[in-house]
Design a protein around this ligand. Structure first.
Ligand code: URA
Length: 211
């Protein structure tokens, strides 16, 4: 088990490396690196798509409108941003908030992988289809949102809970409703991970969501 200080040291080194990496394809057009933020010992790691306007201005993830909804979603399950870690598949803003291209996602991948390795979370929550695709193949977000999936990362089994992107929730009230329902699953899984023995009622819900 890596100590908190050791984790911080490695991640600070990684930030320096990213800032110096001129091969990162979205770097030139961006104002700031958006590395991610939160508890380096977080049990839950959220992975979004990429920085938007405000994230690029501030150098922080999810600080615009989608971020406000994410904060609200976290609050309803009793989690604060300080208790989780939040990052993205690309760490510079794609021009005009366009979708990241495959080669761009690939260029940032070694950095994202290192972040995951260092944080070593119990649960990864993917926000939107780009981060979902990193762990789950051949599925659509409509099929699997809010389900508890298992994926392999670095030779270790990890729980992945795919979610709609909060920005999609802002555009569509049905999706917003689903986001609030699906976020409850995070709280249940977290409780289960922390306690190991959950009550039967909760177990049923967990099983329903397990595919
Ligand atoms: N949308 C994302 O996917 N990531 C952010 O950091 C902000 C908005």
């Amino acid at each position: 088990m890596m100590k908190r200080e050791e984790k911080r040291r490695i991640l600070i080194g990684l930030i320096k490396k990213m800032k110096a990496d001129d091969n990162l394809p979205l770097k030139k057009s961006a104002n700031n690196l958006v590395f991610g933020e939160g508890d380096v010992d977080a049990k839950v790691l959220f992975i979004g798509e990429g920085p938007g306007y405000w994230e690029d201005q501030k150098g922080l993830p999810f600080v615009g409108n989608a971020g406000r909804l994410l904060n609200e979603l976290l609050e309803t399950i009793g989690l604060s941003r300080k208790e989780v870690f939040i990052t993205n598949v690309v760490h510079h803003r794609p021009p005009n908030n366009r979708d990241p291209e495959q080669f761009e996602i690939k260029a940032y991948q070694p950095y994202l992988d290192k972040i995951i390795e260092v944080i070593n979370p119990k649960i990864i929550v993917t926000l939107g289809r780009f981060s979902m695709a990193k762990f789950l193949e051949g599925v659509t977000i409509t099929q699997v949102h809010g389900k508890i999936k298992k994926a392999f990362f670095n030779g270790r089994e990890i729980i992945v809970i795919p979610m709609y992107h909060p920005a999609a929730g802002l555009r569509n009230s049905e999706i917003k409703k689903k986001l609030f329902e699906d976020f409850k699953v995070i709280a249940l899984v977290l409780k289960d991970v922390l306690n190991k023995n959950s009550s039967n009622g909760k177990q049923n819900i967990l099983q329903e969501r397990l595919i």
